[in-house]
Design a protein around this ligand. Structure first.
Ligand code: AHM
Ligand code: MG
Length: 332
C-alpha cells in the first residue's frame, strides 16, 4: 500500500479543495507534531515521571495532573513561533495566550483541550488532545477573548489525537474526516482511513449512568427506553460503553456508531453539563457532522451556539443521527 503522509494529504487537499492554505497547513502540522510529543510523554508514564497530580488548579477548579500541564506547555511552545497564529486558548488557562511580540502574528486562533480524559491518565486508559481552529476576525488588533467567541460553524479545522494502543490523529477541514496513525518508529503520521462515516443507526450509547438521578426528564425518558431494550418502546436491545475520555468515546462512535451524551442536570444551573463548548463540544461536533452524524445540546445544533464565554459549558448529544434526532425530539 502506498503510504500517504499527513503533509502529502494536506498539500493534495489544498490542490483539490483549496481549504488548506500554507499557514493553515503549517498550523495543522505543528499541532500534529505537538501531539506526537504529548504521545511520547504519555507513553513514558511513570518512567518519565509524568503521572500524578501537579498540585495546581485550573480555571475550572479542577486539580491539574502533571500531564495536563506538560501537554499544555508542549502545545503553547510548539505553536508560538510559526507566525501562523494570533492567539491560543486552552482548557488549562483562564485567559487567552496572545503570541509574544518577538514572533510574527498570523491570522488563526487555536483552541485546545491539551489532555482530555484526565481521570484516565494514571490508569493507562486512552486519553487525547482536542483542538479547534478559527480565523481571527477581520481587522482584529491585539487579540482579546472576544475574538474567540465565534460559533462552531466558523471553525476552519478541528481534530483530536487519541493516545491509546495506537496514537491516532483525526482531522477535518470541512471536507470529510480523515484518520492518521502515528508510525512510532518513523515518527510520522500516515493516512490510514479516509472519509470516516458514522452509521446513522446504532445500538450503542455512552453516558455516565451514575448521574442518572440528576438528569432532566427528556434524558430520563430517552435512556430508560434504551435500557428497556427489546421489551420496551424501542423494541431493540442497546449496549452501553463509557470510557470517560470523550476523545476515546467519540473515536469509537466514528468507527462503529453510537450516541454520546453528557447532559446538563439539576445539580448546578451555573454549570450546564460538564463539557466545554469552545474546545471540546465544537471541534467534536464539526468532526461528527463531517462524518455524517449530528451534534446538539438537546435543542440547538452545537455549532450554531453563539458563545458568550471562553470556558462556557454545554450539554452534549452527538453521534449517530437517528439517535441524536430522537433525544433532541424528546427535548422539544
Ligand atoms: P477533562 O477535560 O477534565 O478531562 O473532562 C472531560 C472528560 C471527558 O473526556 C469525558 O467524557 C468526561 O469528562 C467524563 O466525565 P465523568 O468523570 O463524569 O465520567
Ligand atoms: Mg476535556
Amino acid at each position: 500500500m502506498k503510504r500517504v503522509s499527513l503533509t502529502q494529504y494536506l498539500v493534495e487537499e489544498q490542490r483539490l479543495n483549496n481549504t488548506i492554505p500554507a499557514e493553515l497547513r503549517l498550523l495543522i502540522e505543528v499541532v500534529a507534531r505537538a501531539c506526537k510529543s504529548i504521545s511520547h510523554a504519555v507513553g513514558k508514564g511513570a518512567l518519565g515521571d509524568v503521572l500524578g497530580s501537579a498540585d495546581t488548579e485550573n480555571i475550572q477548579g479542577e486539580v491539574q495532573k502533571k500531564l495536563d500541564v506538560i501537554s499544555n506547555e508542549i502545545l503553547l511552545q510548539a505553536n508560538e513561533w510559526g507566525g501562523h497564529l494570533a492567539a491560543m486558548a486552552s482548557e488549562e488557562m483562564e485567559s487567552i495566550h496572545p503570541i509574544p511580540n518577538r514572533y510574527p502574528m498570523g491570522e488563526y486562533l487555536l483552541l485546545f483541550d491539551p489532555l482530555d480524559g484526565s481521570s484516565n491518565i494514571d490508569v493507562n486508559v486512552s486519553i487525547g488532545t482536542i483542538f479547534s481552529v478559527l480565523k481571527a476576525p477581520e481587522g482584529m488588533g491585539t487579540p482579546t477573548e472576544q475574538d474567540f467567541l465565534q460559533a462552531g460553524a466558523r471553525q476552519v479545522a478541528a481534530g483530536y489525537a487519541v493516545y491509546g494502543p495506537q496514537t491516532m490523529l483525526v482531522l477535518t477541514t470541512g471536507h470529510g474526516v480523515h484518520c492518521f496513525t502515528l508510525d512510532r518508529e518513523m515518527g510520522s503520521w500516515v493516512l490510514t482511513e479516509r472519509d470516516m462515516k458514522i452509521p446513522q443507526a446504532t445500538k450503542e450509547f455512552a453516558i455516565n449512568m451514575s448521574n442518572q438521578r440528576h438528569w432532566h426528564p427528556p434524558v430520563q425518558r430517552y435512556v430508560s427506553e434504551l435500557l428497556a431494550g427489546s421489551t420496551g418502546a424501542r423494541g431493540k436491545d442497546f449496549n452501553m460503553r463509557w470510557i470517560a475520555s470523550m476523545v476515546a468515546d467519540v473515536h469509537r462512535i466514528l468507527n462503529r456508531g453510537g450516541v454520546f451524551m453528557y447532559p446538563a442536570d439539576v445539580r448546578d444551573t451555573s454549570k450546564p453539563g460538564k463539557l466545554r463548548l469552545m474546545y471540546e463540544a465544537n471541534p467534536m461536533a464539526f468532526i461528527v457532522e463531517q462524518a455524517g452524524g449530528a451534534a446538539t445540546d438537546g435543542v440547538r445544533r452545537i455549532m450554531d451556539i453563539e458563545p458568550t464565554q471562553l470556558h462556557q459549558r454545554v450539554p452534549v448529544f452527538l453521534g449517530s443521527k437517528e439517535e441524536v434526532d430522537l433525544v433532541s425530539r424528546y427535548h422539544q
